[in-house]
Design a protein around this ligand. Structure first.
Ligand SMILES: *Cc1c(COP(=O)(O)O)cnc(C)c1O
Length: 401
């Protein structure tokens, strides 16, 4: 492999495969254990369960499938409503829709970018009624509100103190979208372990990767058993091809799990590298009025999966998209945040609580390169380009005299 030069392309977030990946995958090939049963699947599940502080883990083909299955075994069904962030990757809202439920899209807080719990509380207290059986019913739509899916954006926590208290009071099932949050903590507890079920993703750009993969974690043995059963076509009797439910082919393969085991061995090192990169960026950008990194709550230990800033165009003299274009010109990949779900043609028909903050964040957020493998020289190059663009464009102070 060529060593990187000063003008080389710097990707946003690429995997680091420098551990036992080759050895473990070769072991699968050598032994013929390549498919959806094998020792690495079990080992990978145990490693993720331990990292999450959860009793059970079920490996599946990707994070989207994890969310779909978790919602289904949590009892979310057709014509339920499920609260979630409007500012999220589309997989969260899609998974809710796969169950037949309708997402209720909650606006973001302007500093943490997480689901605005004030809006959630106002909706539950003032916008819903209690049915005779205790169910919480959206007064406008007449549908039962059965669950809440907090999305820990960029590996920072949603306010789970407030969320868990509201979920308990209103009888909502909590399914965490912790797909970006493996290795992150809140009050010392792993994100993904607060809810009835939590979901992780091992897509290529996530904190660890299996190429594609996902995991459901839970303390409930029945939910884990049911998720595992449904992930393997609900096969009741292996020999006779007898199935007792409408299942899915969602199980992770042993090859992918082998890669996952090697990646899990590096999780702490990856997270430490990401934190170092984030600290370097934040120190470098501290003096710029127009740049604000994502804020986190007291008690949060983010995994710093993706480093992102908010660009205030009036103070910075450049928009987030302008800065992204300037970086692209010199071979540096930067990206905006996701289009909020209430603005997506796919989910625009869903109920939305607020939405203006997320729409503005969509205009103003930029993610910068933060691969574990990012070198100091590469990071200095990114910082220098941002510095140059802001110095060129920012309004100059008026010098007296
Ligand atoms: C990555 C991601 C997912 C889905 O994970 P896949 O493994 O890509 O299916 C879901 N929600 C969020 C917020 C994500 O970032």
């Amino acid at each position: 492999m060529a060593t990187s030069g000063p003008g080389d392309f710097i990707p946003l977030c690429e995997p680091t495969l420098a551990g036992n990946e080759w050895a473990y995958i070769k072991d699968c090939l050598d032994t013929n254990w390549v498919s959806s049963v094998g020792a690495y699947v079990d080992r990978f599940e145990n490693m993720v369960a331990e990292a999450a502080g959860a009793r059970h883990a079920v490996a599946v083909v990707n994070g989207t499938a994890a969310l779909h299955l978790a919602l289904q075994v949590a009892g979310v069904g057709a014509d339920d409503e499920v609260l979630t962030s409007t500012l999220t990757f589309i997989a969260t809202a899609n998974a809710i829709r796969y169950t037949g439920a309708v997402p209720v899209l909650v606006d973001a807080e302007s500093d943490t970018w997480q689901m605005d719990m004030g809006l959630v509380e106002a909706f539950l207290r003032d916008g819903c009624d209690r049915a005779a059986d205790g169910a919480v019913v959206n007064r406008r739509s007449g549908r039962r509100v059965s669950a809440i899916v907090p999305v820990h954006i960029h590996g920072f926590p949603v306010d789970m103190d407030r969320l868990m208290a509201l979920a308990a009071e209103f009888g909502l099932v909590v399914v965490e979208d912790a797909t970006e949050a493996l290795g992150a903590r809140f009050h010392g507890r792993a994100l993904g372990s607060f809810g009835r079920l939590g979901c992780y993703s091992f897509n290529g750009n996530k904190q660890i990767t299996t190429g594609g993969g996902g995991m459901i974690v839970t303390d409930d043995p029945d939910l884990a058993r049911r998720a595992r059963h449904l992930s393997t076509q609900a096969k009741a009797e292996a020999q006779e091809y007898i199935h007792d439910d409408l299942g899915y082919n969602y199980r992770l393969t042993n090859i992918q799990a082998a890669m996952g085991c090697a990646q899990m061995e590096k999780l702490d090192a990856f997270t430490a590298a990401k934190r170092r990169i984030a600290a370097t960026y934040s120190a470098a950008f501290a003096g710029y009025a127009g740049l604000t990194p994502q804020a986190s709550l007291p008690g949060a230990e983010g995994n710093m999966w993706l480093y992102a800033l908010r660009v205030d165009p009036s103070a910075a003299g450049v928009t987030a998209r302008g800065l992204i274009a300037a970086l692209r010109e010199v071979g540096i990949q930067a990206r905006p945040v996701w289009q909020p779900m209430h603005l997506s043609p796919v989910h625009a028909a869903s109920p939305v609580l607020g939405g203006a903050v997320a729409a503005r964040l969509f205009d103003e957020i930029i993610s910068l390169p933060c691969s574990v493998s990012l070198t100091e020289v590469q990071q200095a190059r990114v910082i220098a380009v941002v510095d140059r663009v802001l110095k060129d464009k920012a309004p100059q102070p008026v010098v007296a005299g």
